[in-house]
Design a protein around this ligand. Structure first.
Ligand SMILES: Nc1ncnc2c1ncn2[C@@H]1O[C@H](COP(=O)(O)OP(=O)(O)OP(=O)(O)O)[C@@H](O)[C@H]1O
Ligand SMILES: O=P(O)(O)OC[C@H]1O[C@H](OP(=O)(O)OP(=O)(O)O)[C@H](O)[C@@H]1O
Ligand SMILES: O=C(O)c1cccnc1
Length: 478
């Protein structure tokens, strides 16, 4: 389902493009970085690249689009004519989906004629901000579940269809075992899963008839919602009765779902009742306003929950409504073909950008294989891993460490070259596995839900020096 999102941009991109065009600047090549600033989360899971690729490949404006732009009375006919053949012809490098990323690191780097680089800003941010946000939230929820599966249940309360469809996609990247969203399941070949609603129980004269009817319909996928009337006095005894009937007919039940009440207490009771009745393999599923903190606390209290259904708080990233990703110019190719690095200066040091054509290196301990720090570096920086490497905090520069016995890996990979896709997007389940294996390279201290240790993201010496030089030129008083 590839939609043409070419008109999904902010008007100012088009007015700036028109300005560049009128000033003969349309062929100037610029470099932009997409990154987010520190926002309270310890790490993020990159997501959305596949949709970025679809968007870039599909950029084109049809006659209706041009007619609409003409109706705005902002652009001349020559510019509108040019837009008919407007395509992306530049280079894009990006972190593969499922990568673990940190503040200030370019997730996507664009090098393209300024009009093109500017045009795609809004869509890139829209796509990457949303999916990275939800993949990150899902990763935290899955981490809290500690190996118990997490099912994504949020479609009904997502902020509209796209947030439901692509939010579920992102949640799978973050580690969810499946989604209730059938369209996402169909589009990305990931498990569609679920149980039944309270309305099923309420539509029968009594609970046991509802359970019997469900068991008859799905004898091998019988998972019963037990909290419609009274979980321990009615739901569980009725479920066990039906489980016995199922077993007598040669089928094993899947388990029960709890959706209300004290999930720690009820799950332990439900577990005990099923065990005593000989259904040790039947699972306890829990849902109802869950997030990573509640799941963590429930587990700390010994809740006997095998699988979690998480909706609203994950699909809306309730505690962090926006990732805050930005897209900033970092350089421009001058008339001699060399890159002229650019910096955005601000009184707020966190808003000062990193200039130049950059990439990101991850440094690993040679024996542990664990990530030690990331280094944002200039693309043409070189490193000799046989020699010790001293890295330092770019704001508190006295904090430094010298690394020995390390390896380095470049995180940005080529996606487009001169408008041609050079990257094969993996399947969604492959992305999920990649994310899981990437997370394994981080010590638990960085993944802790509360007060995690801050992962070090430093600048290479040459990048640091360049930044200082440009800052001095722009604001000698800094
Ligand atoms: N960004 C950084 N780059 C390089 N070295 C760092 C960085 N931050 C800290 N260090 C140095 O790493 C060593 C270990 O620091 P550690 O990461 O344990 O704590 P810390 O970051 O200094 O802690 P905090 O900032 O919470 O006080 C110290 O010698 C510290 O100076
Ligand atoms: O609480 P969330 O994390 O968003 O998880 C999804 C919720 O959606 C359903 O409730 P809903 O009341 O919509 O329908 P129901 O009648 O099937 O319970 C389900 O029972 C969960 O409680
Ligand atoms: O299948 C379920 O149990 C389900 C699906 C969506 C929302 N809540 C529950």
């Amino acid at each position: 389902m590839i939609r043409n999102l070419s008109m999904m941009t902010d008007l100012y991109q088009l007015t700036m493009m028109y300005g560049y065009y009128k000033h003969g600047m349309q062929n100037n090549v610029a470099v932009f970085d997409l990154f987010f600033r520190r926002n309270g989360i310890s790490y993020a899971v990159a997501a959305g690249l596949e949709q970025v690729i679809e968007y870039i490949r599909n950029i084109h404006m049809d006659a209706n689009d041009i007619a609409y732009l003409r109706s705005l009375n902002l652009f001349d006919e020559e510019f509108l004519d040019m837009l008919i053949n407007f395509r992306f012809t530049g280079d894009i490098d990006a972190m593969p989906e499922g990568s673990i990323v940190f503040p200030n690191e370019p997730l996507v780097r664009v090098k393209a004629p300024i009009m093109e680089a500017q045009f795609i800003e809004t869509a890139l941010l829209n796509i990457v901000n949303h999916q990275t946000l939800i993949a990150t939230k899902a990763s935290r929820v899955v981490h809290a579940a500690g190996g118990g599966g997490v099912m994504e249940f949020g479609l009904r309360r997502a902020q509209g269809p796209d947030a439901g469809i692509y939010g579920a996609r992102a949640a799978i990247i973050g580690g969810c075992i499946g989604t209730s969203n059938v369209l996402t399941g169909q589009m990305y070949e990931v498990p569609a899963m679920g149980t039944h609603a309270h309305s099923w129980v309420m539509s029968f004269p009594d609970e046991i008839s509802a359970f019997r009817a469900y068991a008859k319909t799905f004898p091998d996928q019988c998972l019963l919602l037990v909290d419609t009337y009274d979980t321990l006095k009615s739901g569980m005894p009725n479920a066990i009765k039906v489980f016995r009937e199922l077993r007598a007919a040669g089928h094993e039940p899947m388990g029960i779902r709890l959706d209300s009440g004290d999930l720690a207490y009820l799950s332990k009771q439900a577990r005990r009742m099923m065990d005593e009745a000989g259904f040790e393999n039947a699972k306890v599923v829990a849902s109802g306003d869950l997030d990573e903190e509640v799941i963590w606390d429930l587990r700390a209290q010994g809740a006997a929950i095998d699988t979690w259904g998480v909706g609203t708080k994950m699909i809306t990233s309730a505690d962090l409504p926006a990732l805050g990703g930005v897209y900033k110019m970092s350089g421009e190719i001058g008339p001699d073909g060399a890159l002229v690095p650019k910096i955005k200066v601000s009184d707020n040091p966190v808003k000062i950008t990193n200039p130049g054509m950059k990439t990101v290196w991850r440094i690993y301990g040679k024996t542990s294989g664990k990530a030690l720090a990331d280094l944002i570096a200039l693309e043409d920086d070189t490193f000799d891993t046989e020699k010790p490497l001293t890295i330092f905090d770019p704001t508190e520069t006295w904090k430094r460490m010298t690394l020995r016995d390390y390896t380095m890996r470049k995180l940005l990979v080529p996606i487009f070259r001169e408008g041609r896709q050079v990257y094969a997007a993996p399947s969604l389940m492959d992305i999920q596995h990649y994310c899981e294996s990437e997370l394994d390279t981080f010590w638990e201290e960085y993944k802790r839900l509360v007060k995690p240790h801050t992962y070090k993201v430093d600048l290479s010496d040459r990048l640091y020096d360049l930044k200082k030089k440009l800052l001095n030129e722009a604001r000698p008083e800094f």
